[in-house]
Write a protein that binds this ligand. Structure first.
Ligand SMILES: *Cc1c(COP(=O)(O)O)cnc(C)c1O
Length: 219
C-alpha cells in the first residue's frame, strides 16, 4: 500500500471547494505525519483518548476534527485545541462545548450530526431535534461556538439509491437551515460513498481507509 498514491487518487476525485478530512483513527502518529507531508492539514479522529495521544506529538498547525461520539465529561480535554467537533448530537453536549470553549477563550466550530440512515444507529439528532437546536443557536442561546454545518452517515449498504436518498435528505435540511443563518459545511461521504455524497451536495468528505489502508482493530 502506497499512501502517497492513495492520497493523490482521492485528491484527484475531489472537485474544487470540497474539503478533505483525512480520518487517521487506529493509524499511528507516523502515518499521520506522512500524510501531513503530502500537504494534508485536516485530520479526523473518533476517540478522545487516541486524539490526546497524537495531538502533542504532531505538528501544531494540524486542524483536528472529532468525528466520533463525544461524552460531555471529555469535552474539557479537547477544548483547548480542537478545530471542529463534527459529532454534536445533543443540547447537553452543545452546552458543554460552549462552556469549555469559553473557559479557553476560544470559539469552537461544530457540526450537528443528524441521523439519516435507515439502519438503527445510536448517535445523531433526529431532523426535528436538529432544527430546534439550530433555532436556539440562531437565537443566541450558546456562546463560544459556531455551528458551521451538518454531518451525516448513510446506511452501510450496496443499495446506491438508498444511500443517495439519505444524503439528499441531509442536503435538504442543510438548505433549509441555511436560510436561517449561513452554513458552510455539509460533511457526508466516507471511503466507499464519497463520490455519491459529493453528487448530493457534500462539500466536506471524511476519508480514512482509502488513504491510510485498512484498519486493524486487534492492536
Ligand atoms: C471511520 C470514520 C470515517 C472514515 O471511514 P472510511 O470508511 O475508513 O473512509 C468517516 N466518518 C466517521 C464518522 C468515521 O467514524
Amino acid at each position: 500500500m502506497n499512501r502517497k498514491e492513495n492520497y493523490n487518487a482521492i485528491k484527484n476525485q475531489l472537485p474544487a471547494g470540497v474539503q478533505l478530512v483525512a480520518v487517521s483513527k487506529t493509524h499511528p502518529a507516523e502515518a499521520v505525519l506522512e500524510v501531513y507531508h503530502f500537504g494534508q492539514k485536516i485530520f479526523g479522529e473518533n476517540k478522545v483518548q487516541e486524539l490526546m495521544e497524537k495531538y502533542p506529538v504532531l505538528p501544531q498547525d494540524i486542524q483536528w476534527h472529532l468525528i466520533g461520539h463525544l461524552q460531555t465529561n471529555k469535552v474539557k480535554y479537547i477544548a483547548p485545541f480542537i478545530d471542529t467537533i463534527q459529532s454534536v448530537d445533543s443540547e447537553k453536549l452543545l452546552s458543554e462545548i460552549s462552556k469549555e470553549a469559553g473557559k479557553n477563550n476560544r470559539t469552537i466550530k461544530v457540526l450537528l450530526q443528524v441521523k439519516i440512515a435507515a439502519e438503527e444507529s445510536k448517535f445523531g439528532l433526529e431532523i426535528a431535534e436538529a432544527k430546534a437546536l439550530f433555532k436556539d443557536y440562531v437565537d443566541g442561546k450558546f456562546s463560544n461556538i459556531h455551528i458551521t454545518g451538518l454531518m451525516g452517515m448513510a446506511t452501510f449498504t450496496d443499495d446506491k439509491e438508498q444511500v443517495k436518498e439519505e444524503f439528499l435528505l441531509l442536503k435538504g435540511l442543510f438548505d433549509e437551515l441555511n436560510q436561517l443563518k449561513t452554513l458552510e459545511t455539509l460533511s457526508m461521504g466516507m471511503s466507499d460513498d464519497f463520490p455519491a455524497a459529493i453528487e448530493c451536495g457534500a462539500n466536506s468528505v471524511r476519508v480514512g481507509s482509502a488513504i491510510f489502508g485498512r484498519r486493524d482493530y486487534s492492536k
